[in-house]
Design a protein. Sequence first.
Length: 634
Amino acid sequence: MGHVIIGTAGHIDHGKTTLIKALTGIETDRLQEEKKRGISIELGFAYFDLPGGRRAGIVDVPGHERFIKNMLAGISGIDLVLFVVAADEGVMPQTREHFDILNLLMVQKAIVVITKIDLADSEMIEVVEEEVRELIAGTSFEGSPVLRVSAHTGENLKALTELIDDMTQHMKSHNEQAPVRLNIDRVFTMKGHGTVVTGTLLEGTLRVGDEITIYPSGLRSRARGIQVHSQSDGEARAGQRTAVNLQNIKKEAVGRGDVIAQVDSLEPAYIVDLKLRMLKSGSRELGHGVRVRFYHGTAEIIGRLILIDRDRVRPGEEIFCQIRLERKTVLKYGDPFVIRFYSPLETIGGGIILDPRAVKHKRFDEGAIEDMLHKEEGSMDQLIVLAMEKYPRQLMTLKTLMPQINGDEKEIEAGLKSLVAQGSVVALAGGKFMLSDALKSSGEELLVLLNAFHDKNPLKPGMGKEEVRSRLFRTMDRGDFSLVLKALSGDLIEEEQGMVRSKGFTLVLSQGDIKRKEEILATLKTGGFKPPVLKELGLSTKDMNLLDLLLETGEVKRINPEIFYHREVYEEAVALVTAHLKEKGSLMVKDLKEVMDISRKYSVPLMEHFDEKRLTLRKGDLRVLNPKTLEGDS
């Protein structure tokens, strides 16, 4: 393991900051109030080199109960905790609350450090050690080493450093290939540099110049500069304390609790599925809909706890539930969280994220609980299908699935290939995927829509593509919608020139329709460059459908909403204007009186139409020929 992040935990004034200074030589209390009161309020950061040659970052967290939210922010992303208990006081209230939080956040390894041994006799120290062993018994920290230390005299400081080195030698390495993710715990400005954010890089490798997204705001920036353990570096790797200088971002636009991540790798959401474990030591039950404080990474967000299969949850119980947050956040499957009562502040439980982009569940819905169970224990195929079923009319990619599923990139990719081979998932272009059943049902609904449209509009060659999207696929962007249409084309539908129709649909005009169509064409052709305007044509509703058909087949050209030209007349107009511009170099609207014998009623709309079609370019009152038109003739 190349990088180590250590955190501290423990009651106020038990010597956490003093211990860090003794280990690193760095004073982590940086606020004047902290120095004056002798307690840590904000997070402090330091680093030191281990005997094995690796550099360890260390996060000093406050012990006072009023600053638990800062402690929670500091614990995010640590590999090892120094659980500090003072020999002259023993286990205290915040000792217990910090210990509960460490368990809820699934911190894997701990060293219990009994500090201030120079202030207590051996009998007192023995009593304190026994208290500590009772506290950690039956938890994931049972069997953790206990070391007696004095930062004042230096006793056992070397042994502590060696123990840290030994315990972090064989830890699971951080995923440096995953998309970048960093929970911001501090924001400040540097003169001449701008906004700087700090945090532990949880995943990925961030390099100077990389484009990133700041979540949940969605602001984009670049890593203008990077520091690792207070030293400038070209890159930061997962597991390192990192400072990032953000390009073109104001300090006010970013804050603690925000997340820096690879562009488009996460998606903010309000609704989250959880597996919640209530602390056995809790003093109160929780009711459905109760307002709580939700802690994840470095963020604190207010939300309401939604109980699915019960009305109340008691201390010590473990349940599936949902939280509906008051503002959006970004999470990933398996991330730990903690909840506290809204008021009075008290830690009551925590657990893991099962679905970072959940949908609302109906209460007492057995299917919802079953889905959550699958999310926790299901096979990779089941997890992918569950994630895709939530948003059947949205295409998924490997990148959008990764935050929602318990698995790495290769496992999810293999799962997708398996589902495609089984026929459960359809692979579309651009690495996009859709459930086969969702594609099939979409096609069936589309066919019903188109057939109804054809019945009502027999003279139209099809339904506008954008209208189809707004009716059935409004949550899908235009690019993805085009992919779905392409997948459905052939067996069910046909798409041509922005129109969608049922496969095999053909226009069948009656003899009366054909006659009326020819009459409209003849009227427009006879009118030449000065045809009757729309209201003068006296068209019925059915005639308007015929006019639309003529526009779609290109037999008629729309100049503006009121003026229409026969195709042959239009082509002649284009030829006359082009010839004049090639000969004279420019044209004014009034010149069309001579060129085409038309008044401003027609000349102004016609020249605006040619501008829109990029045949001409307007320069003040003059028009010139678009150079691209000349290129096309050469």
